[in-house]
Write a protein that binds this ligand. Structure first.
Ligand code: NAD
Length: 374
């Protein structure tokens, strides 16, 4: 058993989730290499040292540039805000490191393309944190769809709605600025459901027509001055989709959807049945099949258990439930297996570049008032 050493950049919401997953992955799964929490970078030395102690990393630095070139780091794990992904990833790739980064890959498709080309030229492995596709129920949904149990797919309906910016009194942060986030709800949570649409259906989104809206145009500045700053990207967005296999569909996404905490949901409809899923009930999949007498047909609830994808590694008991962080543990397992085996990783930078292209196409469609190819 070899070691795979990780250098983590950023310790907010996602940095902590990655640290939890790195620590837990060898307990849950039998891995071909042991993840080692080697080095952690934050905005300054003192904060980095404090977070390294909390999250269980051996060393720390206030300078991410020294992390990406550190000879004892094999994988650079980027959990910093969106605008830093490109610079950090390019520096890591130049130093020959594998790169695991949070979504969206980049602020725009042109930046994402540059990152794809650099990673592929260097021959390093890449993985992007579209973690919801690792949930047991969603892996099962994909298996059911791929096996043909739903017949021919005829419609995809997806949404990822949350309300983390529904309160107009919430101060302006990096999420609402073009230069630090790129797109708003569309790039942040919308990127998950766009990736999910292709992951589930096995079809590529070819063309989109989109609509975006900023619902809360200004927010209090975070400096407490009492001033207001402009919200520079969308609070909500929606798009109609045309897929290359003939499927049609739509997505909607919001960060101001009052009451929606984790509203990633989808309905996939086929000629012989359909599947309905809601991440707020992440252990349940609703399955309808056109079979049996008409008066006895209806949606069944499949409650996740050890016979479903990756569940048994966590628990032998059905219906006990996986959580958000367990998806990240599965993601770490896939990352380590991909790096050690040399097999392709999904979704890698090339795949995540597609998501950036979809986001750009939806924005262009809104600006131009027409269908736009991805
Ligand atoms: P956050 O604001 O909670 O954390 C960002 C961290 O990065 C902070 O600790 C900050 O101090 C640190 N940081 C900022 N600049 C830095 C620098 N120059 N050097 C080192 N550290 C620096 O943000 P978050 O919610 O954790 O989001 C981080 C990324 O994760 C974003 O790209 C976001 O889109 C993504 N994200 C993904 C999911 C998911 O489910 N996959 C969920 C939330 C966020």
């Amino acid at each position: 058993m070899t070691d795979l050493t990780f250098g983590l950049i950023g310790t907010g919401f996602m940095g902590k989730a990655h640290a939890i997953a790195l620590k837990a992955a060898p307990t849950v799964f039998s891995l071909p290499a042991l993840p080692v929490c080697e080095l952690l970078a934050e905005v300054d030395d003192e904060y980095a040292a404090c977070k390294a102690r909390e999250l269980g990393f051996d060393r720390s630095t206030g300078d991410w540039k020294s992390l990406v070139t550190d000879p004892h780091v094999d994988v650079v794990d980027i959990c910093a805000p969106n605008f830093l992904h490109k610079e950090m990833a390019l520096a890591a790739i130049a130093a020959g490191k594998h790169v695991y980064t949070e979504k969206p890959l980049a602020l725009c498709a042109a930046d994402a393309q540059m990152m794809v080309e650099a990673a592929e030229a260097a021959g390093v492995k890449t993985l992007v944190g579209f973690n919801y596709i690792r949930n047991s129920a969603t892996q099962l949904a994909r298996e059911i769809i791929a096996s043909g149990e739903l017949g021919e797919l005829i419609h995809f309906r997806g949404r990822h709605n949350e309300d983390y910016l529904a309160d107009p009194a919430k101060p302006l942060d990096w999420h609402s600025r073009r230069g630090t986030a790129g797109a708003g709800a569309l790039g942040d949570v919308g990127s998950h459901i766009l990736n999910m649409a292709e992951y589930l259906t096995g079809q590529r989104i070819q063309e989109v027509v989109g609509q975006l809206q900023t619902v809360i145009p200004t927010r209090p500045l975070a400096d407490g001055s009492g001033g207001l700053g402009e919200v520079e990207n969308d609070d909500q967005a929606q798009a109609l989709l045309r897929f290359d296999g003939g499927l049609i569909g739509n997505v909607e996404t919001s960060r101001v959807a009052t009451g929606r905490k984790m509203g990633l949901a989808y309905t996939v409809t086929g000629t012989k049945g359909s599947i309905v899923f809601d991440q707020e009930r992440m252990s349940e999949l609703q399955l309808y099949k056109c079979e049996g007498p008409e008066g006895r047909q209806g949606f069944r609830t499949l409650l996740m258990g050890p016979e479903h994808p990756d569940y048994a590694a966590f628990s032998p008991a059905p219906g006990h439930g996986l959580g958000y962080n367990d998806q990240k543990i599965i993601e770490i397992r896939d990352l380590i297996e991909g790096i050690v085996s040399g097999r392709p990783l999904y979704p890698d930078f090339r795949e995540a570049w597609r998501v950036n292209r979809m986001i750009d196409a939806i924005e262009a469609s809104h600006a131009q008032g027409r269908w736009v190819p991805v």
